[in-house]
Design a binder for this molecule. Structure first.
Ligand SMILES: Nc1nc2c(ncn2[C@@H]2O[C@H](COP(=O)(O)OP(=O)(O)OP(=O)(O)O)[C@@H](O)[C@H]2O)c(=O)[nH]1
Length: 568
């Protein structure tokens, strides 16, 4: 018993002094084997379906399995016996017989016997592991002391095992906690960064929406992304899918300066990265550790990211960004911000293009309205001119139709119309209307003497001389027919009419048209019959003509070259 106690004390000491759990198993299995001269011993973890933790075999080798080797796979360990101890929670042993040969040839049997011992190791009253040993040296049934030693041994190991295992688990958990806390911290920092970038993105969006032209929008997009969104360099490319062309807008040179790249155009590259970018909406394609370029020349290395710009389901172009200047890694939140930025910019481009189209359309419309108005104005002007010309032509025509072709004074038609109009007016105003009827004296003789053409000329001159006597409105000089003329004088007193008649006689003679065949006067003269009537509804205008004609006849019969005023 003393020997056994000292064994336990030594074991406890050694186990306690062991460095790590591997040492504990090594020491435990070493000592146990020494004590029991075991050919086989093992520690089996009960949880997770019986896993062998460590095993020492007859060749004195300790093998560690870290608890991930199933008991079933170890044919040298009695699975059902070990399991029964785990369920019974009691120390147990059994005799194991091994026959090397055929069971039926009993005479030649070389039978080996061994004792298999299994002791439960507890943690919080739950069987946590099984300590197993097998020894073939002592085939006697274990005495109580031996059993106790093994039980105590299991307890000692169990205690140490529990202590170590749990502390190891605690350390693992702590390490895990630290990692988790660190990861959490990083996550929080990233979230904060993301949040701050989102705030900046909001600000940038508002600024961008103030851009007046599309060109401003592209320039501001690059400038503001650099200023507020932690982007080193950015370029915006647009595409026209119909012509398979791409166009530059604004970009960034190798020093981070925003530059106009609208001069740049080419076919859309067949490169799979570009093609993939244009195929995928809301997706950032990143190429790590690649050559970075400006104006198609390498300017350094870093990551390059691309995200497409969209209008509905159609790609408008793409944004390319890289980290040439500050060499910062591309974090997840940067990618998210890029996606949002591209979506925002896409919307603004779409809206501005529509505004521009509308503006262009309005301008064209305005221009067309102006042109049309000018066309109309000029057409109106031409029409007005034409109308004026037509009017004046009509007036001319009217005048011509009312004019005597030979003498240039009004014709008989005009006189008839005027006589009726003035008659009616005089009737309304109860005023007088006077008519002088003239006949050139001895004109047949003039024609016979000087010829018809000279006769015409004389008629013309006589007629023109008459015009000076009829200048007021309503006064008319007209050729009545042949060598007869009339002068209509509305609203004129009788004495004034006398004066006109006298002036007419003198005026014709004053022309001095020699008429040597006339026995009345040496020059062409006229006889005048005058009538003046204040019209009333019982009279008609023809009576005025009739009276004047009779007065003329009288003037002729009285010797010509004189006037006769018909009495009322
Ligand atoms: N040259 C010319 N002669 C005209 C025109 N119209 C009428 N006569 C002429 O005028 C003449 C009128 O003659 P008469 O009616 O006999 O009158 P008269 O010779 O003037 O004689 P009294 O009136 O009695 O003094 C005619 O010989 C017509 O041929 C005309 O347009 N041109």
């Amino acid at each position: 018993m003393e020997e056994e106690n000292s064994f336990l004390a030594l074991l406890t000491q050694q186990v306690a002094a062991a460095g790590d759990m591997t040492d504990v198993y090594q020491q435990a299995l070493d000592e146990l084997q020494l004590y029991s001269d075991a050919s086989n011993c093992a520690i089996i973890l009960v949880h997770q379906g019986f896993q062998v933790l460590a095993k020492k075999n007859s060749r004195d080798e300790v093998v560690f399995y870290d608890g991930d080797s199933a008991l079933r796979q170890h044919s040298d360990l009695p699975e059902s016996f070990i399991k029964s101890v785990a369920y019974s929670k009691k120390f147990e042993y059994q005799i194991n017989f091994q026959a090397e040969d055929d069971i039926w040839q009993t005479q030649s049997l070389d039978i080996h016997e061994s004792v298999q011992v299994a002791a439960p190791i507890f943690h919080d009253d739950v069987v946590f592991a099984i300590l197993f040993l097998e020894t073939s040296n002592n085939v006697d049934v274990l005495d109580v002391d031996e059993q106790n030693i093994i039980k105590l041994f299991a307890q000692t190991i169990g205690a140490e095992f529990e202590k170590r295992y749990l502390s190891e688990q605690a350390q693992l958990a702590q390490a895990e906690n630290v990692t988790t806390a660190k990861a959490l911290g990083e996550k929080v920092a990233q979230s904060e960064m993301f949040l701050s970038l989102l705030t900046q993105l909001h600000r940038v969006s508002i600024e961008l929406s103030k851009s007046v032209t599309l060109n401003d929008l592209y320039y501001n997009s690059v400038r503001l992304a650099q200023q507020y969104l932690q982007i080193d360099r950015m370029a915006i490319f647009l595409i026209d899918q119909e012509s398979n062309k791409m166009f530059g807008t604004y970009g960034t040179d190798e020093n981070g300066k925003v530059v106009n790249e609208s001069y740049f155009s080419s076919s859309i590259p067949e490169h799979p990265v570009v093609q993939e970018t244009l195929r995928r909406k809301d997706y950032v394609i990143v190429i790590e550790d690649t050559a970075l370029q400006h104006n198609k020349k390498d300017v350094g290395r870093g990551w390059n990211a691309m995200v497409a710009l969209w209008d509905g389901d159609q790609a408008l172009g793409w944004i390319a960004v890289d980290n040439l200047i500050n060499h910062q890694p591309l974090e997840l939140h940067h990618k998210e911000v890029l996606k949002l930025y591209a979506a925002n910019l896409s919307q603004l481009i779409f809206r501005k293009r529509q505004d521009d189209q509308l503006l262009q359309f309005n301008k064209q419309l305005e221009q067309r309205v102006l042109e049309r108005t000018a066309e109309l104005a000029s057409a109106n002007y031409a029409l007005e001119n034409a109308n004026r010309a037509l009017e004046s032509a009509n007036i001319q025509l009217e005048r011509l139709s009312m004019m005597d072709g030979l003498t240039g004074v009004s014709n008989r038609r005009f006189f008839d119309v005027s006589l009726q109009a003035e008659w009616d007016r005089a009737l309304r105003h109860r005023s007088s209307l006077a008519l002088l009827m003239l006949d050139v004296d001895k004109f047949k003789e003039y024609n016979d003497c000087y010829g018809h053409i000279e006769g015409d000329k004389a008629l013309q001159r006589v007629a023109q001389s008459l015009l000076v006597h009829a200048r007021r409105a309503g006064e008319v000089v007209a050729r009545y027919g042949g060598e007869e003329f009339v002068i209509l004088l509305p609203n004129m007193t009788a004495s004034a009419v006398h004066v006109v008649a006298e002036n007419v006689l003198q005026g014709v003679k004053a022309l001095g048209i020699v008429h040597k065949e006339s026995d009345v006067c040496q020059v062409v003269s006229v006889s005048v019959g005058i009538a003046s009537i204040t019209p009333n509804k019982d009279l008609s205008s023809s009576e005025l003509v009739d009276k004047a004609d009779k007065a003329l006849y009288k003037a002729k019969s009285l010797g010509r070259d004189q006037y006769v005023f018909a009495t009322e």
